[in-house]
Design a protein around this ligand. Structure first.
Ligand SMILES: Cc1ncc(COP(=O)(O)O)c(C=O)c1O
Length: 455
């Protein structure tokens, strides 16, 4: 029996609340899981049940839950000056300080930031900047943006067009014209008999083929997550990004790195671009920038792109009421201080993330597990019907969803993308907590195997 409070919340939720990426009818039948508090890597629901949050919320709570410093900074800022915009030749100290800090922290040359509120808005902004840049360069035909199947870049009209997940397109008549998709570097599913390195080059060449098919004078940019996240944690072979970089340079195509998940230590170093040696023209950031405590995102621009917009655009007619919201900026600055001064990114990269990958790798021996892959503190466990043949389960069996539900029952938040179980815990997760996570994951895999066997 659930408590009266939980039952009431579930009823009100059912009656009034539409959820993102949710089958509303199925949720109404089941009743929503009401999360009421959190600390460190753990969440509790309204029934007092504890969950180890293997997803850091939605890939974002790098510093873990319950950091009072972040609440204190937000409160101080709200009391001193709760809002002022960055339009009309104004700014606030937190927005200026965060812009400067990001200029220092992000890879070389990314000296300017344009603030927004979500990853989707950042990617929409980047797409508009591509158009503006090539218009200002006198090449108005050079506008098409190439993205990839399995990409996730958000849900606004342009960001969803950039995304490469079919369900995000069909209901909404997307993608818009000017957005095209090529194969992802998904070696496990699409690499066949090739070595990962051979396949990495081939997958990158799909971008070049598309550029040549459309004409280099028609292609404005390529966008990619250094490691694809919501598409199923697709870790690129080592050969992929160097070849992409070469292709973009050769054809004068802007390279946009979507670091919304990878940024702020998720793949080990501070940015996925550091992990893979990518030198982007634009980089979008969100999530870990504030550890999800408040919404904030941004587009980092390389100086050579920023200079064109600054020198030639006149008024840049784009921006959000909350671009550079000072409370969010103050919290982001404090979050970056914590990540840096407490050595959270450094320690995760050097110690706990390798431990996380090694322990998860042990699950490869499980009969359901085709591949365990990952980098830094992000990983996937791909479930298959036949390990030797890498044969997936029939989609209708919903094995991933079963596993996700069994994880929750066992007190672990592990998300399912198709039959790929994905993990992205807070960077502060300890070795003991990693041991707990792996034990819970194994228990859920055993229960899933039993459910599969029972048909
Ligand atoms: C790589 C990537 N880009 C963009 C987004 C969109 O961010 P938001 O949900 O804040 O709009 C996400 C969200 O998960 C993401 O993973």
């Amino acid at each position: 029996m659930i408590s009266t409070a939980t039952a009431q919340w579930q009823q009100r939720d059912r009656e009034h609340h539409l959820h993102p990426f949710t089958d509303a009818r199925a949720l109404a039948e089941k009743g929503v899981n009401v999360i009421t508090r959190a600390d460190g890597v753990y969440l509790w629901n309204s029934e007092g049940k504890r969950f180890l949050d293997g997803m850091a919320g939605l890939w974002c709570v790098q510093v873990g839950y319950g950091r009072h410093e972040l609440a204190a900074v937000a409160r101080r800022q709200l009391e001193e000056l709760p809002y002022y915009n960055t339009f009309f030749q104004s700014a606030t100290p937190p927005a200026i300080d965060l812009a400067a800090k990001l200029g220092d922290l992000t890879p070389a040359g990314l000296g300017h930031v344009f603030f927004a509120n979500s990853g989707s808005e950042a990617n929409d902004t980047a797409a508009k900047m591509v158009r503006a840049y090539w218009n200002l360069m006198g090449r108005p035909e050079k506008k098409t943006i190439i993205s990839r199947h399995y990409a996730y870049h958000g849900v606004t009209m342009a960001a969803a067009s950039l995304s490469g997940l079919t369900p995000m397109h069909t209901l909404f008549d997307l993608p818009l014209p000017g957005f095209v998709h090529v194969a992802a570097p998904y070696w496990y599913r699409e690499g066949g008999e090739m070595s990962p390195d051979e396949f990495g080059v081939q997958a990158a060449r799909a971008v070049e083929e598309k550029i040549l098919e459309l004409g280099p004078d028609k292609v404005g940019a390529f966008i990619g997550e250094p490691v694809m996240g919501a598409g199923g944690v697709i870790v690129p072979p080592a050969t992929y990004w160097p070849e992409i970089q070469r292709i973009c340079r050769a054809h004068d195509v802007l390279l946009i790195a979507d670091e919304v998940i990878c940024g702020f230590g998720r793949t080990g170093p501070w940015f996925g671009c550091d992990t893979y040696g990518i030198a982007p023209d634009m980089m979008t950031i969100a999530k870990g920038l504030s550890s999800g405590y408040l919404p904030i995102s941004g587009v980092m621009l390389h100086d050579r792109v920023a200079e064109v917009l600054i020198d030639k655009a006149g008024e840049f007619a784009h921006g959000f009421t909350y671009s550079g919201h000072l409370v969010c900026c103050a919290v982001a600055l404090e979050n970056l201080r914590i990540l840096e001064e407490e050595g959270i990114v450094a320690r995760a990269g050097a110690e706990t993330a390798p431990y996380f990958q090694a322990r998860l790798g042990e699950l490869t021996d499980h009969p359901l597990v085709g591949e365990v892959r990952g980098v830094g503190m992000v990983a996937a466990i791909e479930l298959v019907a036949d390990k030797a043949a890498r044969r997936p389960f029939d989609e209708s069996r919903k094995v991933g969803t079963t596993c996700r539900d069994l994880c929750l029952e066992n007190g672990l938040v592990m998300r399912a993308v198709r039959d790929v179980m994905v993990l992205s815990p807070p960077l502060v997760i300890s070795r003991d907590e990693i041991d707990d996570l792996v034990a819970l994951a194994r228990r859920a895999l055993d229960a899933t195997a039993a459910a599969v066997a029972a048909g």
